[in-house]
Each structure stands twice: as structure tokens, then as C-alpha cells.
Design a protein around this ligand. Structure first.
Ligand code: UDP
Ligand code: MG
Length: 326
């Protein structure tokens, strides 16, 4: 339970949908998601539509749904915070025992809910959608996405499944732990992988956007990629320190050569001292920078204040069975 959570009775299912300039998608979204929820849990659900500072009439439409349908919770953010933070706001506020994360553009089919619920019934805490193919997305988007997931899995030491978005069903248990992470630069799907617990996937083919255009231009994709890599890895800093140490050692070797030439007397006067100073100072600087990088990296990782571990379950004999006499 988080402090920001909405008041009122809990519901069985929450659907959290960040919306940025999605006016044209909303009607279809509302119909399809409501129908899917009713089929799965009758009226025991809520749909949180988070308006992330849209510039079109998205919020007017969300407010109108919220005024007539008790299952709709409209949340209006003060400005555009970006997809991951809009999503985080919804995840903090929602009350469901289970929560489905969905995009507003219907690229991920809400109808997969039934299958995801069945997997959760079987004991999984996270059921994420894994894309088999992507329709209507440019070769560039598919190519960069594929490259990104492969690059990420090499850099990062936790297992972030390939080709997944944020489309997933999570249990309250997993969600509460996710909400407890205070960090600002959030890469939600990475954090969810970090949580552990029992996770599984359902495979699906990603549809075209229902309407409108993508809100993830290249600049936002690059920012997300940076957030993802830096949130889970200090490898880039470590690359700097490795390069520094290797170059520093090479310089030292070269210095040996310089001194050898000097001893044989075949150099211009003054060259030896200048080159010696440049090489020595250069290598010391690079090595020092590398060492500092290691410390900066550790400070950064520590400053996240993530919990050190999460205990899923503690099993022990109950007090009554321990004291029961034969
Ligand atoms: N979105 C958001 N804030 C933003 C950008 C996007 O809330 O600043 C939402 C958007 O409305 C959609 C989801 O994030 O529900 C994914 O965005 P989009 O479909 O544009 O990304 P793509 O599928 O092209 O990666
Ligand atoms: Mg989309």
C-alpha cells in the first residue's frame, strides 16, 4: 500500500493507461478495455486513464467518461512527465489486487487479459506480453528496438526479457515492491525484471497504432535507452576506467622506448624530457580518472536507495503446530 493510493474499497483489477495526445484513440480504447474487463471480472475493476499533459482534448474526454462511468478514474498530471512517470503515477494510485498496464493506442490487445489472468491464477506474479511481430512500425523502429534490447542484455546483469514493452499484468505483491522504489529515472520494465518473483510471458503480435502518430520520436527513444542502461549498469563508466588503465600501461611502455633512445643519444635535445612529462602525466591522469569513475559509479548505484533484496515468502511452522502435544 502506498501513501498516494486512492481511497475507497479495493477492486480486483486495475487497468493503468498513460495517455498523451490520444484523443482519437480513446473511444475505441474505452469500449474494448471495458468489454474485456467486464468479461473477466464483471464490475470489479477500475480503469485509470492518466493524462500526461496532452495538448489536444484528451483530458476533456477522460473527464467525460469519469463523470458517467464509476469504473473510470481520470488522473490529470500537472504537465507532460513522459510515459514512464505517467505510468508510475497510475501504478501508485491504483487499488487493484492485480494491475494491467496498457498503452492507449491499442497496439497491445487488451483481449489478452483472459490469458494473462489464467497464468496469474496458476501462481505467476508478473505476466508480460512478448512481441512476436510488429505490424505497421517502420523498419527503423523495429531495427533500433531489436538492437537496443540486444545491447541492453549485454550491458546489464539482470535479465530483461527481449521484445517486451510495458504491457503486462502484475500482482499486488509485485506492484507494492515496484512502488517502493524511489528512483527518478525510471525504466519500468527493467525494474519489474529486477523484482524477481515468478514471471512468465504470453506471446502476441503487436498491432498498428489505432490512430495518431507515435509519441516516441528518436530523441525520446535515445533518452529511454540511456535511462535503461544507466539505471542498471555502471558499465559505461567501467569502460572509461578500463580504457584509462590500458592506455596508461601502453604509455608506460612507450616511455621505456623514449628513455632507451635517450640513452643511445639519437634524439633532439629537450625531446626526451617533454615526452616523458606528457606520457607520465597523461597515464597518471587516465588511471586516476578510471579509479574515480569506479567510485562515482558506486556512489550513483548506492544513491538509488533500492532495497537490497526482496523476500517473497517466509515459511515456518506456525506457533500452534509447534506447541501441539503428541
Ligand atoms: N505517452 C505518455 N507520455 C508521453 C509519451 C507517450 O503518456 O510523453 C503514452 C502514450 O499515450 C501511449 C504510450 O505512452 O499510451 C506509448 O506511447 P507511443 O504509443 O507513442 O509509443 P510507441 O508505441 O510508438 O513506442
Ligand atoms: Mg504505441
Amino acid at each position: 500500500m502506498t501513501s498516494q493510493q486512492l481511497g475507497g474499497p479495493t477492486v480486483y483489477l486495475s487497468v493503468v493507461i498513460p495517455c498523451f495526445n490520444e484523443f482519437e484513440c480513446l473511444d475505441a480504447l474505452y469500449e474494448r478495455v471495458s468489454a474485456t474487463c467486464r468479461a473477466a471480472v464483471e464490475s470489479n475493476y477500475e480503469i485509470l486513464l492518466i493524462n500526461d499533459g496532452s495538448k489536444d482534448r484528451t483530458w476533456e474526454k477522460i473527464a467525460a467518461y469519469a463523470d458517467k462511468d464509476p469504473a473510470i478514474v481520470g488522473v490529470n498530471l500537472s504537465r507532460n512527465y513522459g510515459h514512464q512517470l505517467a505510468l508510475t503515477a497510475g501504478l501508485n494510485l491504483c487499488r487493484g489486487e492485480r494491475v494491467l498496464i496498457l498503452d492507449a493506442d491499442l497496439q497491445d490487445p487488451p483481449e489478452l487479459l483472459g490469458e494473462m489472468m489464467a497464468k496469474m491464477d496458476a501462481g505467476f506474479d508478473v505476466v508480460y506480453g512478448q512481441r512476436e511481430e510488429r505490424q505497421g512500425e517502420t523498419l527503423f523502429k523495429r531495427g533500433t528496438a531489436a538492437l537496443f534490447y540486444r545491447f541492453l542484455s549485454r550491458l546489464v546483469d539482470i535479465d530483461i526479457p527481449q521484445d517486451t514493452g510495458d504491457f503486462r499484468l502484475m500482482s499486488r505483491k509485485a506492484l507494492d515492491h515496484l512502488n517502493a522504489m524511489p528512483e527518478h529515472y525510471r525504466f519500468v520494465r527493467g525494474l519489474v525484471s529486477w523484482l524477481g518473483f515468478r514471471q512468465t510471458s504470453v506471446r502476441y503480435s503487436r498491432a498498428e497504432r489505432f490512430a495518431g502518430t507515435t509519441n516516441y520520436p528518436l530523441s525520446k527513444m535515445i533518452r529511454l535507452a540511456f535511462d535503461a542502461i544507466t539505471a542498471f549498469s555502471i558499465s559505461p563508466l567501467r569502460i572509461a576506467s578500463h580504457v584509462g588503465i590500458i592506455l596508461g600501461l601502453l604509455f608506460m611502455l612507450f616511455l621505456g622506448g623514449v628513455l632507451y633512445s635517450w640513452a643511445n643519444g639519437d634524439v633532439v635535445p629537450g625531446w626526451t624530457s617533454i615526452v616523458t612529462i606528457v606520457l607520465l602525466v597523461g597515464s597518471i591522469q587516465l588511471i586516476t580518472l578510471g579509479i574515480m569513475g569506479e567510485y562515482v559509479g558506486r556512489t550513483y548505484m548506492e544513491s538509488k536507495r533500492r532495497p537490497l533484496f526482496i523476500v517473497d515468502e517466509v515459511r515456518k511452522l506456525s506457533a500452534s503446530s509447534m506447541t501441539s502435544s503428541p
